[in-house]
Design a protein around this ligand. Structure first.
Ligand code: PFF
Length: 497
């Protein structure tokens, strides 16, 4: 085992540096790409409500726990559990495995963002092959394949792109190489610093787009769908659909872990670099608020647009991971300034800002994988990075090409493509299990004092101490168990959302 020396471990320069670094990891594609389509799929307002409740209860409990474990042990996610209590090594393995599975498909989505930047900047088109039915001169029905040229603002652009035989793999690979380059070159510090400008800009742009979207005819119905919980959707044949509610809760919980970078050892590692004198409780609250605000805004921007464009809830639910890429470009084409088409520029700027958010998150994911390999094997940083790079490039292929017609395309497992499957299994199965055992670890194996003492270190008050104690010991594990058991019992291997 090759642990970093605890004494020489580097640390953030202060509380603000920790908050910014953790927020840079947390705010990413999870907020802008994943949150809006899940909110659309799981019925809008109710999902939003459950999500916010999850963040302030479970999210707060788990983030506090992870940061405190990291700061107290000065160890990374892989080693921290066994470093405190022998026998808990498997939990370290589990939390380390999660980013390993996420990283390749995360970079594939990063590649989608890159493609959109490229398409907006250079006004690119794609060829889309469509089958059309016509009638021959003799009156016979004929099925023909026609090639249509689609522009980035067309709703068909996304499907043409992800089905392309090589482009998603190339753009995904460029994203991976770019992220690895950031890790190596030291430019990363610059990127993180520039995020202080980029993130507020993303914020402002999202507000501008949301306001514009809300003035489109039909958008208010979307706003209502997004903000107001509608329980009637959960009534089936006159009785309440409890299983569906559990699935929604599980989806919201998985999203909350993903978005806050929880249950994957990352906040433990980040906490291990935190200064002893900083307030854990205050930092955790700020990271949660920032992350949730960005997700909320992304939903506000995308869902009413999808509605205004005539994509009622049914279409929205079907568009799934493509929602961001299908809805936004259509609104950009409508945006004009003093009569000039302004949308192309806005589209490029928007996707560049999302790209920055995604890059800082993917860097933190990749670095976790590099650090785990080093901690385990003791190899040099260079070797670990090369191994990570090769693995990510190879494993990204089935996700990148899974929507196409090539040999890797069309593979469907439990109704999902490879990308959806990796996303679903990590978020809805592995993270809840990791979070459940983290609660047992603190609540029952080592005792909540372990975390409480760390939060109160240096005279900081722990305002939510009683709440935390009850959550970590009872409410969090019981809630997760109920959700998980209902989910499994609702049909083993039945993954429909
Ligand atoms: N929290 C990130 C997002 O919402 O996009 C995803 C993520 C980044 C998860 C980094 C884990 C991680 F280490």
């Amino acid at each position: 085992m090759n642990l970093h020396s605890r004494k020489s471990r580097p640390s953030w320069s202060g509380q603000l540096a920790f908050i910014l670094a953790a927020a840079a990891s947390a705010i990413g594609l999870g907020n802008v790409w994943r949150f809006p389509y899940l909110a659309a799929q799981y019925g809008g307002g109710l999902f939003l409500l459950i999500y916010v409740l999850m963040v302030v209860t479970l999210g707060f409990t788990l983030m506090t726990t992870e940061v405190a474990i990291g700061r107290r042990t000065r160890l990374s996610g892989m080693e921290a559990f066994s470093g405190v209590h022998r026998g808990w090594k498997p939990l370290g393995w589990l939390v380390t495995l999660i980013p390993v599975i996420i990283v390749p498909y995360y970079c594939v989505i990063g590649g989608w963002i890159l493609k959109y930047i490229f398409a907006y900047l250079f006004n690119r088109h794609l060829a889309l092959e469509k089958t059309v039915e016509t009638v021959s001169a003799t009156g016979e029905p004929v099925v023909e394949t026609v090639t249509e040229i689609v522009h980035v603002s067309s709703p068909d652009f996304f499907s043409a792109f992800i089905a392309h035989p090589w482009q998603p793999a190339v753009f995904g690979s460029v994203f991976i190489l770019f992220s690895m380059w950031l890790i190596f070159s030291g430019v990363r510090k610059g990127i993180e610093r520039s995020n202080k400008i980029m993130m507020p800009l993303l914020f402002i742009l999202a507000i501008v787009i949301s306001v514009f979207a809300l003035f489109q005819p039909g958008a208010l119905a979307g706003l209502k769908f997004y903000l107001l919980p509608n329980l009637s959707e959960y009534v089936k044949d006159g009785s309440f659909d409890f299983v569906r509610l559990c699935k929604t809760c599980l989806g919201a919980m998985g999203q909350m872990f993903y978005s806050l970078s929880l249950a994957m050892g990352i906040m433990i590692t980040y906490g291990s670099y935190m200064q002893k004198t900083d307030s854990i409780e205050r930092s955790v609250r700020r990271i949660e608020i920032l992350d949730t605000l960005v997700a909320f805004l992304a939903g506000l921007m995308i869902i009413p647009i999808a509605y205004a464009l005539g994509n009622g809830p049914e279409v929205m639910q079907k568009s799934g991971p493509g929602l961001l890429f299908v809805a936004l470009p259509q609104i950009f084409t409508k945006m004009t300034l003093f009569g000039l088409p302004f949308g192309r520029l806005l589209g490029a700027i928007f996707f560049i800002l999302v790209f920055f958010a995604a890059a800082t998150s993917s860097v933190s994911l990749l670095e976790t994988v590099v650090a785990s390999i080093r901690d385990r094997t003791g190899v040099s940083r260079r070797t670990a990075s090369i191994l990570t790079l090769v693995y990510t490039l190879l494993m990204a292929l089935p996700s990148a090409l899974g929507y196409g017609h090539g040999p890797l395309g069309g593979v469907i497992v439990h109704g999902m493509t490879f990308l959806d499957l990796c996303d679903y299994v990590t978020n809805n199965v592995m993270m809840p299990i990791a979070a459940f055992f983290t609660c047992l670890f603190v609540g029952w194996a080592v005792g909540s004092r372990f975390v409480e003492e760390e939060v109160e270190y240096d005279g900081h008050p722990f305002r939510a101490k009683v709440f935390y104690r009850v959550m970590i010991r009872w409410i969090a594990p019981v809630l997760m168990l109920i959700l998980f058991v209902t989910f499994v019992a609702s049909g083993l291997g039945y993954f429909s959302i």
